[in-house]
Write a protein that binds this ligand. Structure first.
Ligand code: AHR
Length: 502
């Protein structure tokens, strides 16, 4: 077996910041089988009285996603929220141009809020700023959040919801710079609309928090400039700027693919610098933070999607089946989010069920965990508390962009129980990584648990028939001597080493 080496220094006083639990959020769009056959399937053997699949709810609850973004995504830019409330038999069937799907509207805002309560998640609602505007947005806030005694709030009560939904977090549209978006807007057009919509929504409920769209990805030619111009208009009225990223391994270059979380780190740093630039220009003390409200691996289903007939419902779109190497990239992206916990306050893995998702279902059949479910669960469970800045000295390889890439990619989190969790990926495909960690300021720690996930075949996947092909296991062999922890990380492995008082 070949070996590479890395050392890591972690000190309780090298603090990045407190991890906002909303970093571990999810996303459900009216797309493919995310809602229909995912969240909602009346008649399914596990469905509750509201038609919600409880097998899916169990798997989501285990992931402990504090927020879930809904209803899009591209879908929201053509959505009439009014179509999805009130008696089901009167709800219209519409054409969803974004995904060429017929939308039956049998599931809407109220059903989603019900689902969120059962999933132990808080709704993060996006308003349509593609085909619609501030009027419909403020009416949706009134419908959801006003207690009663007004047209909108009384309509909600009439629909069977006497208590306000108290939706705190709202997105001002979605990827509105994208040429594919219904109602694409220039930075100036969108900045003005976002400013006025934010004001109108807050006039209904001043307690809400608002996320404004940035460029749909860092690859857009106007990345950073778009954000700066949008904020010139709405800086005083918003709390977060949204950013998205999806990675792929189309070229079959796994070392390069595994280095992608470093690119995500650059995206966050460049976006944070842009947001601070706007603050500086305005001589403002206000700090706008980042909502990374779509991130994942996405590419396996691209060809299959092209073969699906249009205008059906639901269309099984974006059903990526994730493999072992995808789980390493997702784990790496979670590490990057934790290492930037001072600026990224909200994160939404895109998405949650069936559509580029950690959870898959079959209509009438079971629900199972994709490979990427496991690193997400570990990070959500053990990545809470205070993120510490890991100082890493690692052997490196050169990726296809000519960039030196550390074999070790890691984060360290001081959990509220006083322990420390080290989350680490060994990006070498064929060498064991000899890891030495120096823990400053934590006396008398031992190894409580070492969780790891790897597979001899990086293309191994979990399926309905074999849902446990790629699954985590516990390992022995990490040693502690004074302040030094030593462990040998298997090639191409995901690891969580939990340390604490024995
Ligand atoms: O998550 C799938 C799609 O990716 C979303 O609808 C859109 O916002 C992004 O382009």
């Amino acid at each position: 077996m070949k070996h590479v080496k890395a050392s890591m220094q972690v000190d309780r006083s090298f603090v990045v910041g407190r991890v906002d639990p909303r970093l571990f959020g999810g996303f459900v769009e009216h797309l493919g089988r995310a809602v229909y056959e995912g969240l909602y399937e009346p008649g399914h053997p596990t469905a509750d009285a509201s038609g919600l699949r409880t097998d899916v709810l169990d798997l989501v609850r285990a992931l402990d996603m504090p927020v879930t973004r809904y209803p899009g995504g591209n879908f929201v830019s053509g959505y009439n929220w009014e179509d999805g409330v009130g008696p089901r038999e009167t709800r219209p069937v519409r054409l969803d141009g974004a995904w060429k799907t017929t939308e039956t509207n049998q599931f809407g805002t109220n059903e989603f809020v019900d689902w969120c309560r059962k999933a132990h998640s808080a709704p993060m609602l996006a308003v349509n700023l593609g085909t619609r505007g501030m009027e419909e947005a403020r009416q949706l806030v009134e419908y959801c959040n006003h207690p009663g005694g007004s047209y909108g709030s009384d309509l909600r009560r009439e629909h069977g919801y006497p208590d306000p939904h108290a939706v705190k977090l709202w997105c001002l549209g979605n990827e509105i710079d994208g040429p594919w978006q219904i109602g694409k807007k220039t930075a100036r057009e969108y900045g003005r609309l976002a400013e006025e919509t934010a004001k109108a929504m807050r006039m209904v409920d001043n307690a809400i928090e608002l996320v404004v769209c940035g460029s749909s990805s860092a690859g857009m030619p106007w990345f950073a400039k778009y954000e700066a111009e949008v904020l010139e208009h709405c800086f005083d009225h918003v709390d977060y700027v949204s950013t998205h990223v999806y990675y792929n391994n189309h070229k079959g270059d796994t070392p390069h693919f595994l280095s992608k979380p470093d690119e995500m780190d650059r995206q966050i740093k460049q976006l944070a610098a842009t947001l601070d630039f706007v603050s500086a220009v305005r001589k403002s003390r206000k700090r706008i933070d980042i909502s990374f409200d779509e991130w994942n691996v996405w590419y396996h289903s691209h060809e299959q999607n092209k073969t699906l007939p249009e205008w059906t419902s639901p269309r099984p779109l974006l059903e990526d089946v994730y493999n072992m190497e995808d789980a390493l990239v997702v784990g790496g992206m979670l590490i990057t989010l934790l290492n930037n916990a001072d600026r990224v306050k909200i994160g939404c893995i895109a998405q949650t069920v069936n559509v580029i998702a950690p959870i898959m279902t079959r209509k009438g059949g079971p629900a199972w965990k994709q490979t990427i479910y496991h690193p997400f669960l570990h990070a959500s469970r053990y990545g809470r508390g205070v993120a510490l800045r890991p100082v890493i000295d690692s052997d490196t390889y050169e990726n296809a962009d000519g960039l030196a890439t550390d074999y070790l990619h890691a984060a360290a989190v001081m959990n509220d129980d006083g322990g420390v969790a080290l989350l680490a990926v060994n990006r070498s495909l064929d060498a064991e990584l000899e890891l030495s960690v120096r823990l400053g300021g934590f006396g008398g720690f031992g190894v409580k648990e070492w969780l790891t996930m790897c597979h001899a075949d990086l293309e191994a996947v979990n399926t309905e028939a074999q849902p446990e092909t790629v699954a985590p296991e516990t390992r022995d062999g990490a040693t502690v001597k004074g302040e030094e922890i030593r462990a040998a990380l298997a090639p191409a492995s995901w690891n969580v080493i939990r340390l604490g008082q024995p």
